[in-house]
Ligand binder design. Structure first.
Ligand code: FAD
Length: 341
């Protein structure tokens, strides 16, 4: 078990709402650690619609999902948030000193005054491809994410899918792996055109192989893959491989947070509308994960919720300090924190 990290607030989820919470909490000198199961910030905006325009962010007539995330990261930079990516929040308990302990699935412990759940629709879980017997290989030679590229060094890698993840990892793992074969059911891709062009250029240079087809079977023993069978336009073919990375998209599940004993409403966490606190004092829920009468699952609603939650967390963390409401336009102390003074 690792030595606990001491901080003011642990935010579960680095989607747009979790990111903006860092800003609001930062204005009140509250230091944040964010935990996200994904490998980058931005939640749904970055994962599901990075290039789609959003038209209802105040003062941004049009901004893409990824651009919004980039702006939020820029806005919170003065508060130096610490990110723990590729981690799912699993356990949580109240300590004798009144603080909370949050645990990740990698065994890290974080101690904090308040927990802010900004987990959106829940954790994104990889969709399993319909390949018979794939369960036996999962976590041993079939993986749905890349936590450490080194784990794929000198491996014969089969990457399956046609989206950004499949293409990005084909390009990034090619220099590390012994061989890379990309498989997609057709020669058209949903991924960024630049990545697709680079992938075809690598194929031309003989650095990777690309096969049109669908994986229909796996061969191996004790969870260790030796080959995959593909149904291709030329009939059934076999590709030798000892690691497979299927990227078939993500579904959303509440995951372990569902077992924390929080009051729920149709799989969402019930909160009050004064502080956005859950049924456990000191645990807050903001953004798409929460429910209250009239809730709208909009980014701007989550931003508002982050501002009100912050007032309550400040009182909780520093009950002895007077809470002074200030505008960023006129407060020199806030401007110093933002590094603009
Ligand atoms: P999310 O963006 O879902 O982020 C939650 C994060 O928490 C994720 O990164 C997830 O990995 C992480 N997480 C969850 N559980 C755990 C766990 N146990 N441990 C660790 N991490 C965890 N809204 C608008 O306002 N305007 C629009 O035009 C608009 N268009 C949209 C278009 C599409 C196609 C979609 C899908 C949504 C759209 N939305 C729009 C909705 C908007 O994206 C959401 O309201 C917003 O993303 C919610 O932000 P969030 O931070 O609450 O949650």
């Amino acid at each position: 078990m690792s030595t606990p990290i001491e901080t003011d607030v642990v935010i579960v989820g680095a989607g747009p709402v979790g990111l903006f919470a860092v800003f609001e909490l930062g204005l009140y000198d509250l230091k944040c650690h964010l935990i996200d199961i994904l490998d980058r910030p931005g939640g749904q905006c970055a994962e599901l619609y990075p290039e789609k325009p959003i038209y209802d962010i105040p003062a941004w007539p049009e901004i893409s999902g990824q651009a919004l995330v980039d702006r939020l990261m820029e806005q919170i930079a003065p508060f130096s948030p610490e990110f723990h990516f590729n981690r799912m929040v699993s356990g949580f308990r109240k300590l004798d000193n009144g603080r909370f302990e949050v645990e990740t699935d990698e065994g890290e412990l974080l101690h904090c005054h308040a927990v802010v759940i900004a987990a959106g629709g829940g954790s994104f879980q990889p969709k399993r491809p319909p390949v018979p017997g794939i369960e036996a290989y999962e976590g041993k030679s079939v993986f749905y994410s890349v936590r450490r590229m080194e784990e794929f060094r000198d491996k014969d890698l089969l990457i399956v899918g046609g989206g950004d993840s499949a293409l990005d990892w084909t390009l990034n793992l090619q220099p590390v792996a012994k061989s890379v074969t990309l498989v997609h059911r057709r020669p058209d891709f949903r991924a960024a055109p630049d990545s697709v062009n680079k992938m075809f250029a690598m194929k031309e240079e003989g650095k990777i192989d690309f096969q049109v087809g669908q994986v229909t079977g796996l061969k191996g023993e004790d969870g260790q893959l030796t080959a995959a069978t593909l149904k291709s336009p030329d009939g059934e073919i076999e590709v030798a491989c000892n690691r497979m990375l299927p990227f078939f998209g993500l579904t959303m599940k509440l995951g372990p947070i569902a077992d924390w004993g929080l009051n729920q409403h149709e799989n969402l966490i019930s909160v009050d509308t004064e502080k956005f606190e859950t049924s456990i004092p000191g645990v807050f829920a903001i953004g798409d994960i929460n429910w209250y009468p009239g809730k709208l699952k909009l980014i701007l609603s989550g931003f508002h919720e982050a501002a009100l939650m912050t007032q309550a967390v400040k009182r909780l963390a520093h009950p002895d300090q007077k809470l002074v409401f200030q505008y960023t336009t006129s407060s020199t102390s806030l401007q110093k924190k933002l590094g603009v003074q």
